[in-house]
Design a protein around this ligand. Structure first.
Ligand code: IDP
Ligand code: MG
Length: 134
């Protein structure tokens, strides 16, 4: 049974003109892109998206970064989409991510790590709704 996850190409990767390479990888990994938007979040929209992290010390920097430029938000569909996309992205910190993963290949720092992926079915549903309600 297919599952959906939310993926974001973050502002660092968009600025480096990596949209095409990342989407090519997504398709090669067997995902179908079922919705996609290029957008520039306001600070408030970035804060809303990452509200789960609002008590974290990195929240203000993260939401500044996520509102610093254009992003690509997508819904990806395949079998086990959530865990598969997180595996393809690699660990949060690009320096600790496995060789060949997107964050290892294209991430710059633990904050500027090229991509986002939902971490569970409930967060995936909430995050998909955040960008693609109706
Ligand atoms: P994840 O994106 O791998 O699920 P989370 O812990 O959910 O990682 O953190 C969300 C995002 O916040 C990360 O992708 C990264 O951009 C940023 N972040 C996480 N930890 C740190 C940190 O220690 N310093 C700066 N930014 C961080
Ligand atoms: Mg997370």
């Amino acid at each position: 049974m297919n599952e959906q996850t939310l993926a974001i190409i973050k502002p660092d990767a968009v600025k480096k003109n990596l949209i095409g390479k990342i989407i090519q990888r997504i398709e090669e990994e067997g995902f179908t892109i079922t919705a996609m938007k290029l957008l520039h979040l306001t600070k408030e929209e970035a804060q809303g998206f990452y509200v789960v992290h609002k008590e974290r010390p990195f929240y203000d920097g993260l939401t500044d970064f996520m509102s610093s430029g254009r992003i690509v938000a997508m819904t990806l569909e395949r079998e086990r989409a959530i865990s598969t996309w997180r595996k393809v992205m690699g660990a949060t910190d690009p320096a600790k991510a496995e060789p060949g993963t997107i964050r290892r290949l294209f991430g710059f720092s633990v904050e500027r790590n090229a991509t986002h992926g939902s971490d569970a079915p409930d967060t995936a549903a909430w995050e998909i709704d955040y960008f693609f309600k109706e």
